[in-house]
Design a protein around this ligand. Structure first.
Ligand code: NAD
Ligand code: UFG
Length: 375
């Protein structure tokens, strides 16, 4: 079966956003709606709330009418069948999945089942309805301990140290093999670095359940007085101040990267040259829509240390945030940051916002919603 064409206007394009009520998904829906796309959010709310979708609609204003919500799982084949049968879906942006690194070590079966089996079911039902345009949320975790920084897309992949990371690596392989077996597939693998920040409205943001595992949500809860002090995991790394260095990227920039990927898949940006650095280029369809597997890092290209993040957040919230040095966290690497030239050159996308802006927006969200969507 031929693939759906993306060579059309956003107004005529319907995007199924799995996991669209989540942190990155909700911000991506806002950007899609702002560009005129029609959006269907499919989310089982296992790590999010319906309130996020309401707020996405609020931010979108009149465009909010183009955002439908379906509560359910990507593992539910019958439900997916109905979603595809009742809607003229053109493309999928696939965020749905579990993402807690530590939890994945304790619950490998749940992680492989939800992330891997869920994606297989999704792709199978999509294919049966002629939808072979997929943007997938991958992660810098697929590089493992990187062989060099800044990390380019052709940096060799290394085995991730946890089941969560394994699911990302496996699903990159699965999606690449779909194209290898059927040249109609048009796949983009987006390898995110460290998404933080929130929408500047303060209406949507990251809402972790329980004590946050990730640095910025933890710092934000210290800033709002819910936690006493930030634990800094190691100050003896070979970095300028001894703490770990990461490439933090504003979630709004990241969200816009998905819109850029959709345009690129539709043949609307890029040079048309063979895709370098890890990607596999296919012959474009007669309508100019691309075929193949495009791989892109989404980061800023700049690394910041844990202490720099705490300092930036302190500036944002107007007080020195307390921290204590703790032992290194198992599995952490010293430094990772992205080379983003490929996304710039081919997608026409660059991250705009700096660390201060990320922390300001994160602080606005946290202070307006100290208990997240339950506030
Ligand atoms: P999130 O948990 O906020 O969003 C994921 C969403 O998927 C949630 O709303 C959850 O309810 C939903 N979901 C989970 N399983 C589902 C299922 N079976 N069916 C339907 N919905 C389901 O996480 P996020 O930070 O927005 O991440 C989105 C994607 O990006 C994930 O795939 C994640 O692994 C990936 N990613 C995230 C980061 C990060 O640091 N946040 C980094 C790299 C990659
Ligand atoms: N850190 C602390 N204290 C904390 C939490 C984190 O010092 O309370 C440090 C970590 O040691 C690391 C940095 O802050 O140096 C960033 O840690 P995060 O947990 O925020 O992010 P990671 O880089 O460890 O993990 C992120 C994503 C994962 C993904 C991984 C690899 O959250 O999903 O990048 O790409 F797998």
């Amino acid at each position: 079966m031929t693939n759906k064409s993306l060579a059309k206007r956003p107004e005529d394009t319907c995007v199924l956003v799995t996991g669209g009520a989540g942190f990155i998904g909700s911000h991506t829906c806002v950007e899609l709606l702002a560009e005129g796309y029609r959006v269907i959010v499919l989310d089982d709310l296992s790590n999010s709330s319906k309130e996020a979708v309401r707020r996405v609609r609020r931010i979108a204003g009149a465009g909010g009418e183009r955002c439908a919500f379906v509560e359910g799982s990507i593992l539910d084949r019958d439900l997916l069948g109905r979603v595809f049968a009742e809607n003229d879906v053109d493309a999928i942006i696939h965020f749905a999945g579990f993402k807690a690194v530590g939890e994945s070590v304790e619950k490998p079966l749940e992680y492989y089942w939800n992330n891997v089996a869920g994606t297989l079911v999704l792709c199978d039902v999509a294919r049966a309805h002629g939808v072979k345009n997929v943007v997938f949320s991958s992660s810098a975790t697929v590089y493992g301990e990187p062989e060099f920084v800044p990390i380019t897309e052709d940096c060799p992949k290394h085995a991730p140290t946890n089941p969560y990371g394994q699911t990302k690596s496996m699903l990159e392989q699965v999606l690449s093999d779909l194209y290898a077996g059927d040249g109609e597939w048009n796949v983009v693998l987006l390898r995110y670095f460290n998404p933080i920040g929130a929408h500047p409205s303060g209406l949507i943001g990251e809402d972790p359940k329980g004590i946050p595992n990730n640095l910025v949500p933890y710092v934000a809860q210290v800033a709002v007085g819910k936690l006493a002090a930030v634990g800094v995991f190691g100050d003896d790394y070979p970095t300028p101040d001894g703490t770990g260095v990461r490439d933090y990227i504003h979630v709004v920039d990241l969200a816009r990267g998905h819109v850029a990927a959709l345009r690129w898949m539709g043949g609307k940006v890029g040079t048309g040259e063979p895709r370098g650095l890890g990607s596999v280029a296919g012959e474009p369809a007669p309508d100019g829509t691309r075929r193949g597997v495009g791989i892109f890092n989404l980061g800023t290209g700049r690394g910041s240390s844990v202490l720099e993040v705490i300092a930036a957040f302190s500036r944002a919230c107007g007080r020195e945030l307390p921290y204590v040095i703790k032992p290194r966290r198992a599995g952490d690497i010293a430094v990772n940051y992205a080379a983003c030239d490929k996304a710039r050159d081919e997608l026409g996308w660059v991250a705009e916002y700096d660390l201060d802006r990320m922390c300001e927006d994160s602080w606005r969200w946290q202070s307006m919603n100290p208990d997240g969507y339950a506030s």
